[in-house]
Ligand binder design. Structure first.
Ligand SMILES: Cc1ncc(COP(=O)(O)O)c(C=O)c1O
Length: 407
């Protein structure tokens, strides 16, 4: 069946609740409205050219970087490079470091549950320049054990990349402690953290995170448009662009900046941080109700990731529904207007079990039955109530079919 036919059969459910905010999400009206003028009325020029539309474009870039520095308390300690996604920011951090430091060689240390946009460039740096790539294991909740970390990081370590929050299971790593350990062992080691899933959800102070050298951000994780990301680069870090071409006002990324989308990103940052504590408290409260409700109503469900919710991202709920194929459940829920992803948002079309769930010790069938929900400040209690009505029905219908198949 083609996707077009599938959509026709599916139809538009009368009620819709979108939880697949790991993959992407809706962009609120204020953000869309902020972008529109930059397509054709102001700032539609090249930001490096000296005319009015160029200066206006440059001003958007400048103000966006200023706002990022303000909300992350990074003023005077480094710069933000604007790129086109979190994936690009991670590639720039890892491969840009490898290119700039290829003569020195050494080790690249990543956690076993990093996003693939960190793991794959690290492996590429190994293939291209001979870096030795080491994946640090995590425990059953996704935490890197500082004692194991200490054994892996050594004087030969050139780059460490450990994410602030895991995108699938919500584990909040102690990045301060890990970065401090890395610098104590080797002051020359560069520490990168992928904070795509922490940004707008956890307080982050880049002056206090003094041992962290590079930080990845992504716009669509905070209701900004897709296609914008940023990399914070602390002063003194050696990095080279990984794409070649005409450099623009952006030293680390060639090509004309996507000014309308950057304007949207800026607005999304403003909205996320304007009532930061209220926004986070709301996603946390709704997530707690959702998880408790599912565990109360559906038998044989495993919670993936930290059980102690104070060490878990406020929006993250990842549950494995045993004896159910996760993909089948995403479809069943979609028909009822509840949109989620399975296994890993980023790998669900491949039907490979998520490397994150396997790394925390889940069996293949448990990983395949996993469903990821991310609550946001836009969800309501009614959305959660509706979801809690739909899920038990959907799971029990699928379990009855699979039980019938087994007999
Ligand atoms: C932790 C993490 N890093 C990086 C990325 C990639 O960001 P983007 O989708 O902007 O390429 C994602 C996106 O899903 C993510 O969750």
């Amino acid at each position: 069946m083609s996707v077009e036919e599938l959509l026709k059969v599916h139809g538009k459910p009368p009620r819709e609740v979108y939880f697949d905010n790991e993959n992407s999400g809706h962009v609120p009206r204020e953000v869309v409205e902020e972008m529109i003028p930059y397509f054709n009325s102001v700032g539609y020029g090249h930001p490096s050219i000296t005319h009015r539309p160029g200066w206006e474009a440059y001003e958007v870039i400048h103000r966006t970087k200023e706002l990022l520095a303000e909300v992350l308390n990074a003023g005077g300690v480094g710069e933000f490079a604007l790129v086109h996604s979190g994936t690009e920011a991670n590639n720039l951090a890892v491969l840009g470091h490898a290119i700039a430091n290829r003569e020195g060689g050494g080790k690249i240390v990543v956690s076993a549950i990093e996003h693939l946009s960190v793991i794959h460039p690290a492996e590429e740096a190994g293939r291209l320049f001979g870096f030795k790539v080491v994946r640090v294991p995590v425990d059953s909740e996704g935490f890197v054990d500082p004692e194991i970390f200490k054994e892996v990081v050594d004087r030969d370590t050139s780059l460490v990349s450990v994410q602030m929050v895991n995108h699938e299971i919500g584990t909040v790593q102690n990045v301060y402690e890990l970065s401090k350990i890395a610098k104590e062992v080797n002051p020359k080691a560069v520490f990168h953290t992928d904070a795509a899933d922490a940004f707008g959800k956890l307080p982050m102070d880049l002056k206090k995170l003094e041992y962290v050298d590079m930080v990845t951000l992504s716009s669509h994780k905070i209701h900004g448009p897709r296609g914008v990301g940023a990399l914070f680069i602390r002063e003194g870090v050696r990095l080279e662009p990984i794409l070649r071409g005409q450099l623009s006002s952006e030293k680390m990324w060639p090509g004309v900046e996507n000014v309308p989308l950057i304007a949207g990103f800026r607005k999304a940052v403003e909205l996320a941080f304007q009532d930061f504590d209220i926004n986070v408290a709301k996603m946390r409260m709704l997530r707690d109700v959702l998880v408790r409700g599912i565990l109360d109503r559906v038998p044989e469900v495993l919670l993936n990731g930290p059980a102690d919710f104070s060490r878990r991202a406020p929006d993250n709920a990842n549950l494995s529904f045993l004896y159910v194929e996760g993909e089948a459940l995403t479809v069943e829920l979609s028909i009822n207007g509840v949109y989620v992803s399975s296994g890993s948002a980023c790998t669900s079309r491949i039907l490979e079990p998520s490397h994150v769930l396997l790394a925390i010790g889940r069996k293949h069938e448990e990983a395949h039955g996993s469903i990821l929900f991310k609550t946001t400040r836009y969800h309501t209690q009614e959305d959660i109530d509706y979801t809690l009505e739909v899920i038990p029905r959907a799971v029990s219908r699928l379990r009855s079919i699979s039980a019938a198949r087994r007999t």
